[in-house]
Design a protein around this ligand. Structure first.
Ligand code: ZN
Length: 201
């Protein structure tokens, strides 16, 4: 299983980090060992500035390569929410030097996942999702604000990487990313259903 992530897929988030709006999707990956087990996230020792990024996640149900955009919706049946934890201090250093981001993005526990749900139960073109930190809403997203749709992402990515059953795609985060501290409680909502609760250690 591989975890493919899209960067800068919401214009307002690209702006808040001082990035340009991309012309094609920005892609990076996390190893399968990044998936968090359980409901506690431990801030890694190498970072003083770990950020949450709440994202809609697609689970690939049918593999393929060179998938056409018009067929892409046949390649995933379930969606969920995920948090793409990012060591922002380390990422900034790597970006400055023009180096890959993997250390800042792919560490153990950096891919938090909710349960997955049938996409038929949701309108993926207009899907609300939000993150509460200590009961205060910090991210409020809607997939209608995505620069690249799920179908466009699948078509783009599968030109480079063969998609396999069980692969996950993090589709990018809306604005409002921020730092976590010990004892924070994060709660993620898909529409109005709480699908994730995480304690920061
Ligand atoms: Zn992200």
């Amino acid at each position: 299983m591989k975890i493919i992530c899209i960067g800068r897929n919401y214009a307002e988030h690209a702006k808040e980090l001082g990035n340009e709006i991309p012309e094609s999707p920005v892609i990076f990956m996390k190893p399968d060992t990044a998936v968090l087990k359980g409901s506690d996230f431990y801030i890694p020792e190498f970072s003083d500035d770990v950020h949450y990024e709440l994202e809609v996640v697609l689970k690939i149900s049918k593999g393929g390569k060179y998938i056409l955009e018009k067929n892409a919706d046949k390649h995933y049946e379930e969606i969920g929410l995920g948090i793409d934890f990012t060591a922002r201090d380390l990422q900034s250093k790597l970006k400055e030097k023009g180096l890959p981001w993997e250390l800042a993005k792919g560490f153990d526990g950096s891919a938090v996942l909710s349960d997955f749900f049938s996409k038929e139960d949701f309108n993926l073109e207009n899907l609300n999702f939000s993150l509460l930190k200590n009961k205060e809403k910090v991210q409020d997203g809607n997939t209608s604000m995505m620069i690249f749709s799920a179908e466009k992402i699948i078509a783009f990515v599968s030109q480079y990487f063969t998609l396999k059953v069980g692969d996950l795609i993090f589709t990018g985060t809306p604005k409002g990313v921020g730092k976590i501290e010990e004892n924070d409680i994060l709660e993620a909502f898909l529409v109005d259903q709480k699908v994730l609760e995480l304690r920061i250690q």
